[in-house]
Design a protein. Structure first.
Length: 277
């Protein structure tokens, strides 16, 4: 009986240590390509967003995938998979990654309804939630879907006709990702400027913003700088969604020049670079 009490006490102490580590630990963020990030939380959970890792000619151009991630397996164990919308450069590797890790693909709006209807994944791996909805995809992690000014269609290769079909796939979204220690990340997805960026920032108070800057399909550097300086005012920002095709011509340098002396700290990450917060 004495041994049992000691064992229980040790387990409680271990749980308390793990909780304290999660509260005080660092968050590691790796920009991989386009809108794909690998986020390791203070509690050791791995979140992957908008996975486009592999080559898919001719559907997509060659991604900026760093050499250390040659395959989906090279990502290691993934605990949470988030997809902002159904365009190929955000979703193309998501079903395979969900299958590999036996985890849900979290997509907001009617994205997952379309994927369910088309049989892309089993219904159990396609949970649904809407804009403004909040889910807990892993212990201590909260994800809220928020508005993005963009579109969302899913191009599906029909196995019977061998032809590509375009299907409506709900609304594009961004995600407010709150980690175990309260650190909040706003993955904006693909979006143009909209006035409620200020409301989202005021209400959710993100610490780090992952912001598209390429232009043409999303905000360009001047738009992104205005959003950061005038509407969102976060502590940190990482530019994304640029330099992957001839249309995404915006650069971090252009954004930082337009940003001027605003207080936000911008990290112009290279693909594969690890940042800690």
């Amino acid at each position: 009986m004495h041994y049992l009490f000691k064992l229980i006490a040790a387990m409680i102490a271990l749980a308390a240590f793990a909780s304290a580590h999660a509260q005080s630990g660092k968050t590691e963020v790796v920009w991989i390509n386009q809108a794909m990030f690998k986020i390791t939380t203070p509690g050791g959970k791995v979140i992957v967003t908008d996975p486009w890792l592999l080559k898919h000619p001719p559907a997509l151009p060659t991604p900026l995938t760093p050499a250390e991630y040659p395959s989906l397996e090279s990502l290691g164990k993934v605990d949470v998979l988030l997809v902002t919308h159904a365009h190929g450069d955000h979703i193309i590797d998501a079903p395979a990654l969900a299958k590999l890790n036996n985890i849900p693909l979290w997509g907001a709006g009617d994205l997952n309804a379309a994927l369910t209807t088309l049989g892309v994944l089993p219904p159990a791996q396609l949970p649904r939630f809407g804009i403004g909805g909040r889910v807990t995809p892993a212990p201590g992690i909260k994800v809220t879907a928020v508005h993005a000014e963009h579109s969302s269609v899913y191009v599906w290769n029909n196995p019977e006709t061998k032809k590509a079909e375009t299907h409506p796939a709900g609304a594009a979204v961004g995600f407010i990702i709150e980690l175990e220690n309260g650190f909040r990340i706003w993955h904006m997805g693909d979006t143009g400027l909209f006035a409620d960026m200020k409301f989202i920032a005021d209400y959710y108070k993100p610490d780090l913003v992952l912001i598209p800057i390429g232009g043409h399909f999303t905000m360009d550097p001047a738009d992104a700088a205005y959003a950061l300086r005038e509407l969102i005012k976060p502590k940190y920002a990482i530019p994304m969604h640029y330099n992957t095709n001839p249309f995404n011509r915006g650069t971090p340098e252009d954004m930082m020049k337009a940003l001027g002396n605003a207080s936000v700290k911008v990290f112009a990450a290279k693909p594969g670079e690890k940042l800690e917060f």
